[in-house]
Ligand binder design. Structure first.
Ligand SMILES: *Cc1c(COP(=O)(O)O)cnc(C)c1O
Length: 453
């Protein structure tokens, strides 16, 4: 990437501010997805010009080490050469056909190599769609209507899952969403993550027999919260006993926390799995699937309707396939990703301790959160005890120091294979200043993360 200046002044540069003032007149809140507005950290967004590897450059020429990585999609970093080349080659043959194309099978083979439990699956365009379809399928298969999700779990913005949701819903401090009929979420029960008793209570609730429990196997949309030992296996046992399906929403964790995601890392087999983000290599692609006897119900084979004009788009398939090919052929990839994550987490803990900032750094391979909380965070209730004013100061200082950190306490930071020693060192230097700012008592009335936009 061409040379750029390191951020010096506080806040976005002049070009970013100009573009943002125009965007405010065109998009609600000036953004096309809520957390991008930076409201929870009391700042204004910078506008991105381009990315290369671990680095971003904004329209004012400032450079940042990126820990958002398109919200986790870019496990190889920005503009990976092989991925871009695959996209270019696919595009030259046509942008889409709405008909079968060889690239759908190419990506399917790679996905099934890493997720052998996906006996059948279908491509869709977003994680939201994947989850929505998986729930419809689970309800049809079991003949039951009630579903169980976890408080702080985020599964996209389908109506039925906007109850105590994480990600942007948590960031905006909303209990759910306006516009969702009470009847639609009446069949959605919530349990506490890492608390099997609360799951058992939901499964036995008078609300009716449960069709499915859906879980992010590593919670990532209330910040990064690893599963307690035995939690995922406990979910498997409880659901099996009640003849409810277990759905792993691996839209974030798939191909991130291990090649075969949580299924491989924790050795627990769900009935259905949803994938997204990394599997599209940066382009819009997602999937849902699992046991063949369940997927048999999907139209045209069965009575559960689900369709997509752009599903299996060849350019997106090509980007996903190039990404997975890299992850498969590079044998040391996850060992390096894990060790970079551990080094960053440990460096952040030491920087926080030196600055006297009270926080918990929680991580699993390739994902990480700094919670400004006094106790380890195990669920949504714990996540909400974090001092979001301190997080906001931490975030603003990082940005000023050239580190693009997710602009919410409730979003995980991601690493890619492109985050090498230099990027980590720069991050830890910036973190020293950011923790000092977080620990400091003086601040100009930091915004509450829960402030309604
Ligand atoms: C990002 C995410 C989704 C939603 O995916 P979209 O592509 O944004 O619709 C669903 N579930 C999880 C766990 C996610 O992280």
């Amino acid at each position: 990437m061409p040379q750029g200046r390191r951020a010096k002044k506080s806040g976005p540069g002049r070009r970013s501010r100009t573009l943002q003032s125009e965007a405010l007149l065109r998009f609600p809140g000036g953004v096309n997805s809520p957390v991008r507005a930076f409201r929870a950290v009391g700042g204004e967004p910078v506008w991105i010009e381009r990315g290369a590897g671990a680095m971003l450059r904004d329209v004012d020429g400032r450079r940042y080490v990126d820990y958002v990585l398109s919200w986790g999609a870019l496990i190889l970093g920005h503009a990976d050469r092989a991925v871009v080349e695959a996209v270019r080659n696919a595009a030259l043959d046509g942008l889409g056909f709405g008909a079968n194309h060889r690239l759908e099978l190419e990506l399917a083979r790679l996905i099934q190599k890493l997720y052998p439990t996906l006996q059948r699956f279908r491509f869709v365009n977003s994680g939201t769609e994947a989850v929505m379809s998986a729930i419809r399928l689970a309800r049809a298969f079991t003949g039951r209507e009630t579903i169980v999700k976890f408080a702080g779990g985020y599964h996209g913005h389908a109506d039925l899952l906007l109850a105590e949701a994480g990600s942007g819903v948590a960031t905006c401090g909303l209990p759910g969403s306006a516009g969702v009929p009470a009847a639609v979420v009446a069949n959605t029960l919530t349990a506490a993550y890492n608390d099997l008793e609360s799951v058992e209570a939901a499964l036995d609730s008078p609300a009716g027999p449960v069709a499915a429990v859906i879980v992010e196997p590593v919670a990532g949309n209330m910040g990064c919260i690893p599963p307690a030992p035995g939690f995922l296996q406990g979910l498997r046992d409880l659901t099996r006993r009640r003849r409810a399906l277990l759905i792993f929403d691996e839209v974030m964790t798939g191909f991130r926390i291990a090649r075969g995601g949580a299924v491989e890392r924790y050795g627990v087999e769900p009935d259905l799995i949803t994938l997204g983000k990394i599997m599209g290599g940066g382009l819009p692609a997602a999937a849902y699937g699992g046991r063949a006897d369940i997927l048999r119900l999907i139209a045209p084979q069965g009575p559960v309707y689900q369709a997509g004009t752009l599903a299996g788009n060849p350019v997106a398939m090509a980007a996903g396939a190039a990404t997975l090919r890299h992850l498969i052929s590079d044998r040391g990839f996850y060992r390096r990703l894990e060790s970079a994550t551990t080094r960053l987490a440990q460096g952040l803990r030491e920087a926080a301790a030196r600055a006297g900032a009270v926080c918990q750094v929680q991580s699993v391979c390739g994902m990480l959160t700094v919670f400004f909380s006094a106790q380890p965070v195990e669920n949504y209730r714990g996540a909400k005890t974090s001092d979001t004013a301190r997080f906001a100061r931490f975030h603003r200082t990082l940005l000023d120091q050239g580190v693009y950190w997710p602009p919410s306490q409730y979003e995980a930071a991601f690493l890619s294979g492109a985050h090498g020693d230099a990027a980590l060192r720069q991050t830890l230097r910036a973190a020293a200043a950011a923790f000092a700012a977080a620990a400091g008592r003086v601040s100009a009335r930091p915004p509450r993360a829960g402030a309604r936009p």
